[in-house]
Design a protein around this ligand. Structure first.
Ligand code: HEM
Ligand code: NAG
Length: 521
């Protein structure tokens, strides 16, 4: 109070009113605190009733070992170097459906292809994206975009967006990827034989951003390099931190910087959308001769017959950011792990080179590119990429919230349940799971031997079913081009093979922990 009154002395308040003003400020503060407290209590009670119902309803599911009465498995998860590895230990010790809890919240870990099939395909409509937890820190950037949409809204957006990635757009990816990897080759030449390492992770991140930036928005590469690393990457980094440290959203300075970057990114993208719509209007409503993904979505939106509103603009901005996010970090991680494994196995590298040489002669010199059909025939390169996605499980766990009661793997589980499909757990049910063997995915290989009804659920890097990755063909196509050209022109050797192979234990998509420093020859 003393302090308050003294600070009020600096304000133009007459002395006789200072006491009253101070009281008013204190009353206001107390009122706000009470309001905040009431809201916290209400949300706690809402959460508690859901979690109580789930805890009771899932009590027949075997429980992970060692959970305490109050904290549950919170300490075990927090103290684990890698949370999804800890979950896998529980699954191995307990079974393919295992229950754990963090304080009052119950989670169910599914590490079985039949279970994954039910969640992703058979009863897909019952399993919503979990927006109240895993995806929460990303909502400020992804909003109601495709990855973080649910129900009827998701269905509508999926129908609108999917045609933009059809065959003719995929054809355009090959030359875009080829020009991008040619640019990277020029940069890598500067490192060849110098003994100075290049961080391939950083290069692949910029490369995949350039490719997705050109495919969606026709952005030139220097524009991509100028805008995104500066606006987009810091936002994503903060989001990742907030997954494990949610209180960071209350750090005032961090929040101001963060919001300013998000706003700048939004105005940048909305500026592009407006310019594009203006150009179409000036062109009699027609899209340009070489439409990018944005043009295709605008065409689809027009054909839907719905009026264009401020809300349509905001939604499209979310979709563009969603594509940028979904489309580059994952692809970059897949490329990192593929090149790392190829640096450890000369036979595999030679097989990639032989297959690549047929389609990209002379290491891809010149501007000619093969057809999409030809790239689709690169079985061994595709098998290398798939094996990297299996072994490293770039998206190791995928979460869902159950929106009705269901029957899962012999247990009835209640509405509100929180599911964690352990993709890595399923991927490591192959023979000698830690060995890198592209042959698994060659025709007639280990993958083809799985029983037909579960086969698609034994390879889930893009999940399966109606909510599968919209960019999976895009990603595997661009990566085959990048792999073919780089593997032919250069030999990469990690400066420290052990360190280069270490995975980041807490950030998804799973990328190298210490970057991917490679010598180039
Ligand atoms: C190796 C590269 C990639 C991997 C491993 C990957 C993985 C995934 C996974 C696991 C999901 C499902 C997430 C969930 O259900 O919670 C997903 C969804 C999605 N991905 Fe990808 N992705 C990759 C590349 C791409 C690319 C290049 C694009 C865009 C061009 C893209 C666009 C999307 C979109 C839009 C969705 C949401 C689909 C929907 O919910 O309807 N992804 N991806
Ligand atoms: C190296 O790659 C070849 C070709 O894919 C494969 O047959 C072999 O098993 C791999 N070697 C090791 C040690 O993983």
């Amino acid at each position: 109070m003393e302090h308050l009154i003294s600070s009020l002395e600096r304000l133009p308040v007459p002395p006789e009113h200072r006491q009253q003003a101070a009281l008013a400020v204190v009353a206001l503060g107390a009122g706000l605190t009470l309001l905040l407290f009431a809201r916290l209590v209400a949300s706690f009670l809402r959460g508690a009733s859901r979690w109580l119902r789930v805890a009771v309803g899932t009590s027949t599911v075997p429980r992970a070992p060692g959970g305490g009465l109050f904290l549950g498995h919170a300490l075990q998860l927090a103290s684990a170097p890698c949370p999804w590895e800890r979950m896998l230990e529980w699954a191995r010790a307990t079974g393919p459906l295992v229950r754990f809890n963090i304080l009052q919240r119950t989670g169910l870990i599914v590490s079985d292809p039949q279970g994954a099939k039910r969640v992703f395909q058979t009863k897909q409509k019952l399993y919503d994206k979990d927006l109240d937890f895993s995806y929460k820190p990303f909502l400020s950037i992804l909003g109601t975009g495709l990855v973080t949409a649910n129900g009827a809204h998701w269905q509508k957006q999926r129908l609108l967006m999917a045609p933009a990635l059809r065959i003719d757009m995929l054809d355009a990816i090959i030359p875009i990827a080829k020009t991008a990897v040619d640019r990277l080759c020029k940069q890598l030449e500067a490192y060849r034989g110098t003994g100075q390492p290049v961080d391939l992770e950083e290069e692949f991140r910029l490369l995949t951003l350039q490719i997705i930036g050109e495919a969606i928005l026709s952005l030139p590469p220097d524009e991509c390099d100028r805008v995104f690393p500066h606006l987009y990457l810091p936002v994503m980094e903060e989001n990742n931190r907030r997954v494990l440290a949610p209180w960071r959203q209350f750090y005032p300075l961090t929040a101001i910087r963060y919001n300013s970057k998000v706003n700048q990114l939004n105005s940048y993208i909305i500026g592009i959308i407006r310019a594009r719509r203006a150009a179409r209007a000036a062109n009699g409503g027609k899209p340009p001769a070489k439409p990018d993904i944005l043009d295709r979505v605008l065409t689809a939106a027009e054909e839907s017959g719905e009026a264009w509103t401020a809300a349509s603009e905001v939604q499209l901005c979310y979709e563009v950011k969603t594509f940028l996010l979904a489309g580059h970090e994952t692809s970059s991680a897949m490329l990192c792990w593929s090149f790392y494994e190829l640096s450890q196995n000369r036979t595999a590298l030679d097989k990639v080179r032989a297959e690549a040489a047929a389609l990209f002669p002379n290491g891809g010199a010149g501007d000619a590119v093969p057809s999409r059909e030809a790239v689709d025939g690169m079985d061994y390169c595709l098998a290398v990429l798939k094996e990297a996605l299996r072994k490293y499980s770039v998206v190791p766990v995928v979460t869902r919230n159950l929106n009705a009661d269901d029957e899962l793997m012999g247990h009835s589980i209640p509405c509100g349940s929180w599911l964690i499909v352990h993709v890595q757990g399923i991927h490591h049910q192959y023979q000698e799971p830690l060995a890198f063997r592209p042959e698994r995915y060659m025709p007639g290989g280990e993958y083809d031997q799985f029983p037909e009804d579960i086969r698609p659920y034994m390879f889930l890097p893009f999940i399966q079913g109606p909510r599968n990755c919209l960019g999976q063909y895009f990603a595997l196509l661009e990566a085959r081009v990048v792999l073919s050209v780089l593997a032919q022109r250069f030999t990469f050797t990690p400066t420290d093979p052990k360190s280069a192979g270490e995975t980041n234990p807490i950030v998804i998509p799973v990328a190298p922990l210490n970057g991917m420093k490679m010598l180039v020859t």
